[in-house]
Unconditional design. Structure first.
Length: 185
């Protein structure tokens, strides 16, 4: 339960980074900004009141017509959490929640993740990413995020997630983030 609570807390912190403001935000506590870009991935950071930054990876996912449809945030988790990183997917409202979110790297076996909640920003999936999954993304070329719209329950929408720059972005995110305190206190 503590692991789930930690991932929930980490996911909520991740959403604070979803809408970065101008580069001048680097000096403003509580403002997020794009610090770096690696291929298809942005490193978005938030300056905290203690002067430290928390950074995460971000990518906007588009449908086959190029319309922005969803987004993924990948973020650091405490070392005692049984995941190498956390992920938060944000999909549109009117996503068929019972169909769950499907995630697949290249042609590997995919996974399904349940939706946690919906709010005005969209419907959210929280996921722990294992070290093996991180390695697959580092070696892969693309991933597919599958969702289903309420209005078309028999037609899945497959969003391509580029893995271009993933390794560099993941390495940068790890280097930029100070270690997190243990989740189990």
């Amino acid at each position: 339960m503590k692991t789930r609570t930690t991932l929930i807390s980490a996911a909520l912190a991740a959403f604070a980074l979803l809408a970065p403001s101008a580069a001048s935000a680097q000096d403003t506590t509580g403002s997020s900004y794009v610090k770096e870009t690696h291929g298809a991935w942005q490193i978005r950071c938030l300056k905290r009141s203690d002067g430290q930054e928390r950074c995460q990876m971000y990518q906007q996912l588009k449908d086959s017509n190029g319309t922005p449809t969803a987004e993924i945030n990948i973020f650091a988790v405490p070392a005692d959490v049984p995941a190498a990183a956390g992920a938060a997917f944000v999909t549109p409202l009117m996503t068929l929640l019972q169909a769950q979110l499907r995630f697949q790297v290249d042609s590997q076996q995919g996974k399904r993740y349940p939706f946690a909640w919906c709010d005005e920003s969209g419907c959210i999936v929280r996921a722990g990413i294992t070290a093996d999954e991180i390695e697959a993304m580092k070696k892969g070329s693309s991933a597919t995020v599958g969702i289903v719209a309420v209005s078309a329950p028999t037609t899945p929408v497959n969003l391509k997630m580029s893995l271009s720059g993933f390794t560099a972005a993941y390495t940068a995110m790890q280097a930029l983030n100070p270690p997190l305190p243990p989740a189990k206190q």
